[in-house]
Ligand binder design. Structure first.
Ligand SMILES: [Zn+2]
Length: 356
């Protein structure tokens, strides 16, 4: 289902031509820093060889689970940067997990290097700035599931620690590091090994991501993060709008805010509202608004979780339709300054502080 040619699709910016996107929204998105705090495109690439460098034609609604993005469409959407995630398979034996992580990260670097005119790996804010100035999409590698390195925290001292900008300490299962919020695991709290991992991450200036952490583990992680390294929740909903095991409560939002961090709102419909399949994009704004109400407008961000087995809102039919989300923000009377913070400046503030 590829459209046009690679060359054309990489350079087009189609968000401005989506019906319903006014000139103000298009202009704002056209020159804003727009960063996705959590893109899981590498999951379908790894699972069934999905081509991330080829533009795929959008459907009338986002397909459940995968096919939400590819890098040309992400560029067309106005994104300037993505936190490009490599997720861990917790069922892989610990002995081969680190090797798989290295292989996946090599693939991500090779992907960027094979499209040097359009993509750039950005492990620092300076590299992000260079990529954006050159008109490229900045890819900031990250790991979801600290157990990617479970066999050896020392791996962070090597090239892996140079490349990875962020680690989500726990994922959907409880690991040697701590407990998940998911019903698939028990919230056992942060373990001594988990504390050791965080200390090592802080030394290597790797962002500490508390998404997926069970409450006990979350508070254990907060205790481990010293001043000067703001913790983040990269992709989540908020319980104040929709109570759910996957969502963070107001005290958790305040804890992140008090330490200068950010909270990214994700697009899984059932975390945003009680639906089985597609919800509404208005709920993304409701969750962002709640974060603002609880902690101010320096905290919210966008962490889509696209291609991470989610069902995005049905009226955000394609990643290239993000102009509609910006239009919604303007229609709610949100200031341009607030919108720019949510789209990218809040995350950039943290990224610049931790990884200048
Ligand atoms: Zn996740």
């Amino acid at each position: 289902m590829a459209v046009a040619t690679d060359a054309l699709s990489w350079t087009e910016r189609t968000f401005a031509t989506v019906p319903g996107v006014g000139p103000d929204a298009a202009a704002l998105l056209g020159d804003a820093h727009f960063i996705d705090l959590h893109l899981d495109l590498h999951v379908p690439v790894r699972l069934f060889g999905y081509d991330p460098a080829r533009a795929h034609r959008p459907w009338c609604r986002p397909i459940p689970f995968f096919g939400h993005t590819d890098l040309p469409r992400v560029r067309q959407s106005g994104f300037t940067g993505v936190v490009y995630d490599v997720a861990t398979n917790p069922f892989r034996p610990e002995s081969s997990r680190l090797e798989a992580t290295h292989r996946n990260l090599r693939d991500v670097v090779a992907l960027a290097e094979s499209h040097p005119d359009h993509l750039a790996i950005a492990t620092t804010a300076a590299a992000y700035d260079r990529a954006v100035a050159a008109g490229k999409l900045a890819m900031m590698p990250s790991l979801q599931g600290g157990n990617a390195v479970a066999a050896s925290v020392d791996a962070l001292d090597g090239p892996l620690g140079d490349l990875v900008t962020r680690i989500t300490v726990v994922h959907l299962t409880t690991s040697v590091f701590g407990g998940t919020s998911s019903p698939l695991g028990a919230d056992t709290g942060l373990t001594a090994r988990g504390a050791e991992l965080v200390q090592r991450m802080v030394q290597r200036r790797i962002l500490v991501d508390l998404a997926h952490a069970g409450k006990k583990t979350f508070w254990g992680l907060i205790e481990q993060v010293p001043a000067g390294t703001p913790p983040i929740v990269s992709h989540t909903g908020v319980a104040g709008v929709h109570p759910h095991w996957r969502n963070v409560d107001d005290a958790q939002i305040r804890a992140i805010a008090d330490r200068g961090g950010v909270v990214g709102v994700m697009y899984q419909s059932s975390f945003l509202e009680p639906v089985l399949l597609w919800g509404r994009r208005a709920r993304i704004l409701d969750h962002l608004q709640h974060i603002i109400d609880v902690a101010g407008e320096d905290v919210p961000a966008i962490g889509t979780d696209y291609d991470g087995m989610i069902v995005p809102p049905g009226d955000l039919a394609d990643v290239t339709h993000h102009g509609l989300l910006v239009q919604d923000m303007l229609d709610r009377g949100w200031s341009e300054a607030r919108i720019r913070k949510i789209l990218g400046l809040n995350y950039l503030r943290v990224f610049r502080e931790v990884r200048p």
